[in-house]
Unconditional design. Structure first.
Length: 253
C-alpha cells in the first residue's frame, strides 16, 4: 500500500514538472495550444485544460493541483483498503457455526484468523473472551469494534481537509486576480476591457479549478464513507449473530 502511495506521488510530481516546463515555454507555446484546440485534433480536452491551467497563473494554480493529487492519493488508498477489508459475513458465520456446534472454539478462532478484514478480527476477540461469559465477550467485541472503526476511517480527515482547502485556494486566487486587475486600472488610468480582462480571467479560472477539485474529492469521500458504513453495519450484525450462536451452543461457561 505504501508503494502505491509513493507511485501516485511520483506521478503527481511528474505532472507538476510538466506543467512548470510548459508554463516556462512562453506565450508561443500557449498560442500553439490554442491553435490545436481550435483545429479539433486528438487531445483537445487536455490541451485546453493545460492552457487554462497556465492562464490561471500556474504558480498559484499548482497549489490546487497538489490538493487534487494528494486527495486522490488518500482516496485511492482508502478504496483499495476497504475493498480488501470487505468480508462475506454470511459465509464466515457459517464456518464459525459449524465449529461451534461441535464445541470447537479453537477451530472457529482459526477460521477468523485465516479470514482478512475487520469483521473477522472483531469476531475473533469475541471468541477469545467466550470463556469469561457473555458480558465480557460483548464488551470485547464492542471495544475492538471501536478500534477497527478508527482504522477504517484513517485518512478521511485528510481528504476532507483537501476538499475544504481547494475551493478556498480558488477564492483566494479570485481575490488576487481582482487585485491585479485594479492595479492595472490604477497604472493605466483607463477602465477598458483589455486592461482588466487578464486579472478577471485569472480570478475566474482559479475559482473554477478549486471548485472542480473539491467536487471530485467530495464524490470519492462520499463513496468511502458509504463503504465504511456498510462494513460497520455488517460487522455489528455479525457480532450480534456470533453472541447468539455462542449462547445457543453453550459456549459460555
Amino acid at each position: 500500500m505504501r508503494k502505491l502511495i509513493v507511485m501516485l506521488l511520483v506521478i503527481g510530481l511528474a505532472v507538476f514538472s510538466t506543467q512548470v516546463a510548459t508554463a516556462q515555454g512562453g506565450s508561443q507555446d500557449q498560442t500553439e495550444q490554442a491553435s490545436t484546440a481550435d483545429n479539433g485534433d486528438t487531445g483537445d480536452s487536455f490541451q485546453i485544460l493545460k492552457k487554462y491551467f497556465i492562464d490561471g497563473d500556474w504558480r498559484f494554480m499548482i497549489l490546487v493541483l497538489i490538493c487534487l493529487i494528494l486527495g486522490l492519493t488518500f482516496s485511492i488508498e482508502r478504496i483499495i483498503t476497504l475493498n480488501i477489508a470487505t468480508t462475506n459475513t454470511d459465509k464466515l458465520l457459517g464456518k464459525i457455526e459449524d465449529h461451534l456446534k461441535s464445541g470447537d472454539v479453537e477451530g472457529a478462532m482459526e477460521v477468523c484468523k485465516s479470514t482478512p478484514g475487520p469483521t473477522a478480527s472483531v469476531l475473533l476477540e469475541g471468541l477469545k473472551a467466550s470463556k469469561e461469559g457473555p458480558e465480557v465477550a460483548e464488551k470485547a467485541i464492542i471495544g475492538y469494534g471501536g478500534v477497527e472503526m478508527g482504522l477504517l476511517e484513517r485518512g478521511l480527515v485528510w481528504i476532507s481537509l483537501f476538499i475544504a482547502i481547494a475551493p478556498m485556494l480558488g477564492f483566494l486566487g479570485t481575490v488576487i486576480g481582482m487585485i491585479q486587475a485594479f492595479d492595472k486600472i490604477e497604472a493605466v488610468g483607463d477602465l477598458s476591457p483589455s486592461v482588466v480582462a487578464g486579472g478577471i480571467k485569472v480570478a475566474l479560472l482559479t475559482t473554477v479549478f478549486g471548485l472542480v477539485v473539491a467536487i471530485i474529492l467530495q464524490i470519492f469521500y462520499n463513496y468511502i464513507v458509504n463503504k465504511i458504513d456498510g462494513i460497520v453495519n455488517k460487522m455489528e450484525e455479525a457480532s450480534i449473530t456470533l453472541v447468539e450462536l455462542m449462547a445457543e451452543n453453550n459456549i459460555f461457561k
